[in-house]
Structure formats: C-alpha cells, structure tokens
Write a protein that binds this ligand. Structure first.
Ligand code: TRP
Ligand code: SF4
Length: 328
C-alpha cells in the first residue's frame, strides 16, 4: 500500500440507496477502490445532528447502507469500511479541533444556512449542528487523507477542513496534510418526475426495489414533456427514460428507439416497458446480494466490526501524534 494515495469519504445513513447514489458517489468509490487506499464510513453521528429527536432509524439505516454498499460492489477487502460512531477517536479529535475553530467560520458556511432553512420543521439551532463541519474535518484528517470524493454541495466543508488542518499545523506543528476535494460527477439520470433523484422528493428508484415496483415506477416516469400523444414526435435527448435506456439497455435497442421516438413510431408506454425489463436485469444481481446480506446479518456485522477495528488502529496513531503536538 505504500505510496498509494489515501481517500476518505462518508455517507449519512438516511435510508435506502437509490440509482442516483449508485451512479454518483458509490460508483465513484467502487472505481477508486482499485487504485487507492480507501476509508469509507457511515456517518451515523452526522445523521444524529439533524435526527436527534428521532434516532430510532439510524441503527437500521446504518446496517442497510452497509448492505447496499456491499451489494453494489464495494469490497471490504480492498477498502476499510466502517461506522463512524464505532471509532471514538473521531469524537476526541472533534473536541480538540473545536478548541481552535472560530465560530464565524462555521456561521459563514453556506450549507449551514441552507440546511437550517430547508429543514425548518426541526430545531437545528444546536451546538452539534453548527459543529457539523468540525466533526467532518475530524473524520477526514484523522486518516491524513490526501483526497475526499464528494459532490459539489460538500465542497465548502472540505475547504473548511483544509482551513482547520492549516490552523492546527500552524499552532502545534505539522501533523496533518491538507486534503484535496475530488469532485464526484453527478449522475445523468433524474428521478421519475424529472427532478433530481432524492428520497425526500418521492421520485427515487432504490437498489432494493423488487421487479414489480420497478415496472410500476418506470410506467409513471415523466418522458419528453412536449410529447402529449403517441402521434407527436418525441425527443430522446431530453427524455429521462432514454437516459435510463442508455445506462441499462443494449446499444442496439437505443439505436432503434432514438429514430422511432423522433418519428413517433414507438409509444412511451412500450418504450418504458422495454426500459423497465433492462433495469430489472441490471439490478437483479444487486438485489440478490441485498437479499443475501439481509438474511446473513452476522456477516454484515463482521464487516462493520473488522473495518471499524482497522480504522481505529490508524485513528489511534494519529491521536497519539495530536496529543503529543498539543502536549495534553
Ligand atoms: N457531510 C457528508 C454528506 O452529507 C457526509 C460526511 C461526513 C462526509 N463526514 C464526511 C463526507 C467526511 C466526506 C468526508 O454527504
Ligand atoms: Fe422517451 Fe421513449 Fe417516449 Fe421517446 S418513446 S419520449 S425516448 S419514453
């Protein structure tokens, strides 16, 4: 492993993973596992910052998220896969970093303000929620990450992580490298209603959806919105169903549908049915593995326990250096 760049990233356990997650973050991680030394974790403490009133689902979501990861092809041999709350060193580093992080840096954070407005039904005026990026900085620098693969929405948090690392190094001597943001390309497919795919929009297709559910969701997808009747010509280049075809159907079928749609020779109902069958075929092995792990949760527990042990060994070493640097 010497010389390989180290990658760290996490996901909050907020529910089942959908195709947007798969073709965004997760596929990116799966590609990275071949080349880099990767630490991927489930950020359950971060979930608690907004769900502290109702933490009952976090444990289940954590296990299911690990199942989705494994089923999608993240390897527990190639990566360190773990659960944040099982590596208590994150909390100690979070505490120490909180001593040196100016509050205005946190109040200025754009995602902080956005989230407070977006989740107006919850009281997020907590210390923990303000400190969300400090915990995230601890998650990252505790492994001395070189790179952090995240979506553009997380970029301000990685910038803040660099600033906190720099401040620590300035005050106590150089312990931490400053990690780079490795931007994840957003997935090309949208939700069934053509908005960004998101669990909270109720437009998501989940990795674990059974075939009947996939057929139902496919049949309800919004297509080229200007194609009202079957006799109207359509435009595949703006149709989300066609984006799905591009991902899941054979090239020959795409090449057939494209002109047939433009010439109004194929209807959307038929087109969606074809797409659904290829989507079902694509997801079949993933779903099979999900079913397997759901009935073999001892194996999932073992992955989480072993991964967390491996992570802890690295984190503990960094903490020893940190305590030495601060002399406490
Ligand atoms: N805040 C990230 C998100 O909501 C999750 C996260 C927590 C994370 N700690 C991290 C991502 C460390 C990358 C690195 O998506
Ligand atoms: Fe989209 Fe297919 Fe309908 Fe064309 S025929 S608009 S590609 S669903």
């Amino acid at each position: 492993m010497t010389g390989a760049k180290r990658i760290v990233s996490g996901m909050r356990p907020t529910g089942a993973l959908h195709l947007g997650n798969l073709h965004g973050a997760l596929q990116n991680w799966i590609n990275m596992q071949e080349q880099y030394e990767c630490f991927f974790f489930i950020a359950d403490w971060h979930a608690l910052t907004s769900d502290y009133e109702n933490p009952g689902n976090i444990e289940n979501y954590t296990r299911n998220m690990m199942i989705d990861w494994l089923a999608a092809g993240l390897s527990p041999e190639k990566n360190v896969l773990f659960v944040q709350s099982r590596v208590k060193e994150h909390a100690e580093l979070f505490l120490l970093l909180s001593m040196i992080t100016p509050v205005p840096w946190l109040e200025r954070n754009p995602t902080y303000k956005e989230q407070i407005d977006a989740l107006e039904n919850r009281d997020l005026s907590t210390f923990g929620f303000l400190g969300y990026p400090v915990l995230q900085a601890a998650d990252i620098i505790i492994y001395k990450a070189d790179g952090v693969p995240v979506g553009i929405d997380q970029a301000p948090h990685i910038e803040l992580t660099r600033e906190i690392a720099r401040r620590f190094n300035h005050l106590y001597g150089r312990v931490f490298p400053e990690p780079e943001t490795v931007l994840t390309e957003t997935s090309k497919i949208l939700g069934t209603d053509r908005r960004k795919m998101s669990k909270s929009y109720n437009n998501a297709i989940f990795l674990s959806d059974p075939p009947e559910e996939l057929r139902k969701k496919a049949s309800r997808m919004i297509t080229d919105p200007s194609r009202m009747k079957k006799t109207d010509p359509g435009d595949p280049s703006i149709c989300n169903v066609f984006s799905f075809h591009r991902l899941y159907s054979p090239g020959a079928l795409c090449a057939e549908i494209d002109p047939a749609c433009r010439g109004a020779e194929i209807g959307c109902v038929e087109c969606k049915k074809k797409m659904a069958e290829h989507l079902i075929e694509f997801l079949a092995p993933v779903r099979e593995r999900i079913e397997y792990y759901r009935t073999h949760t001892d194996q999932v527990e073992q992955v989480m326990a072993e991964g967390s042990d491996r992570a802890r060994r690295v984190a503990a070493q960094t903490l020893a250096e940190v305590r030495g640097a601060i002399r406490i």
